[in-house]
Design a protein around this ligand. Structure first.
Ligand SMILES: [Zn+2]
Length: 117
């Protein structure tokens, strides 16, 4: 029996599916408020303008960290998707669009939410 090498899977990487960036490019950083009361922190690219202001709530530091990480999180998800690493685990089942609870569909939903698609 002779074995044939399978043709490599088509990667989305060269299809430029996610090449368009509509948000301010990362990385984003957290800049503490310069005011005395420190009632907010700013999320900024460095150098750059303010992307977001995070008001002082009990969760301010965690909120700021999450927002500052957004470009990195999106880039990681797009990288996985471009390399065909995001797939629906329930593709054999008929599940209404947007209701599949699998990791792949949650990842795709997060990309769509982040990109407004
Ligand atoms: Zn799924």
């Amino acid at each position: 029996m002779r074995w044939w090498r399978r043709a490599p899977a088509k990667s989305k990487r060269n299809q430029n599916t996610h090449m368009k960036t509509s948000h301010t490019p990362g990385p984003w950083h957290i800049q503490p408020s310069s005011s005395f009361d420190a009632s907010y922190v700013l999320i900024k690219p460095i150098p750059g303008q303010v992307v977001a202001q995070v008001d002082k709530l009990p969760e301010m530091d965690a909120n700021a960290a999450l927002i500052a990480a957004a470009p990195d999180l999106l880039e990681a998800l797009k990288f996985l998707d471009d390399n065909d690493r995001i797939t629906c685990e329930n593709a054999d089942f008929e599940i209404p669009a947007g209701e599949c609870p699998c990791c792949g569909c949650k990842a795709r939903a997060a990309i769509a939410k982040a990109t407004g698609e």
